[in-house]
Design a protein around this ligand. Sequence first.
Ligand code: MAN
Length: 477
Amino acid sequence: MAVAGVRLLALGLLLALSAGAVEVKRPRGVSLVNRHFYEENKPFACLDGSKIIPFHEVNDDYCDCKDGSDEPGTAACPNGNFHCTNAGHRPRYIPSSRVNDGICDCCDTMDEYNSGALCINTCKEQGRKEKETLQKMAEIAKEGFKLKQQLIEEAKKSREEKQQKLAELQKDKVTWEAQVESLRTVKEAAEKPEQEAKEKHKNAWDEIKAAQRLEKSKARAAETFKELDDNEDGFISVNEIQTHTELDSDGDSMVSEQEAETLLGGANQVDATSFQESVWAGIQDKYKSENRQDYLPEKEETEEEKMPAYDEETQVLINVAEKARNEFSEAEKSLKEVETSIGSLEKELMVDFGLDGEFAYLFNQCYEMTTNEYVYKLCPFHKVAQKPKHGGSETSLGIWGSWAGPEDNKFSIMKYEHGTGCWQGPNRSTMVKLSCGKETVVLSTSEPSRCEYLMEFSTPAFCQDEAEEGGSEHDEL
Ligand code: MAN
């Protein structure tokens, strides 16, 4: 074919195409995509296949098809759909029952072609507004994405630092462990002689106390002997014992001769020495003094005398042991601190902070949002809590569980679970939905179902590279 011929054909095609784009004939309310179902002057088959009707019955304001597909442009079918072309904005379907109902639904006014409603075509305006919004969002995404790159850089650095720190701490731990062990040995070595010296001191004291007690008991025995020896003949006799009815042993409130004799060890009378040695012990608990009515044990007998201070030698041993104990427990404390630091560092390094660690900066941070009733607190990778604004204790809405977004967008939702139990319900839990934003902030909180909370949270870490995403989805005709 000649070159000119090809050109002519191309031109014709172009003309045909452009004419078609301007006005493609199709029944009212039918989308371009569905146009081929509605071929002029050919019988129309309902889209659900339920019926075939002559073409002139399409949009004749009488509903023939069950699915309403014969009346896309009238309100005749209750379940039909009217397609708004909305040139300049985005096409959409509206229920065909809204056609000519006096309310402007389509921004291109096409749903109100016969109602007399004064509709103004706002598609261009809406399209412009939407474009603006999308542009703003794209702007935010772009800037957020830049911030995200910084976050990733920082996360890398901080992770390396933490790994280094962890290695150091692990070395420290080994050192402290050895230190604790050697100080334990020192301590135990010092405690042995300390214990022995203390015991020795105490035993000596016990002996002194026993001797004192014996002395006192003897003194009381002598005193008692004097009291009982009414005739002062130097003996205690049966009848002298009988005057002390509190010494009765058979419960008749009297001391018989026999009882008295028994108390005197079978003898008629005893002298001071025998009284001391064999009678006193048997009566001392019951005996009531004549001089001291309602005999009360003397003060020094009830209140234990304080043990005297340790001798110098023992005190030195105690001081040495005390110092060893202190050094040991200080070392133990340091070891525990190192272990705690290792534990929390290891825990942090285990957390999944996103593909490039972009969420790491949220660790150890908390973000709050106040509603009418509560202050909500989100501490990413730790917990979510709710505290009544006007006093009252904090309620746990969950502790960090896992990433819970869909497979292709795992890092879009955080799940916090096992919060405070809900009365007659589940344990409280929270989903945190992430969105891209220049700022890190809680955007909203809600409780879609009882004790199941939802938070919206914006962070630059969630921003995507718009160019990589393939640009906006804006649909413009
Ligand atoms: C508290 C709050 C609410 C929750 C009820 C359930 O009032 O934690 O969010 O719905 O308990 O009893």
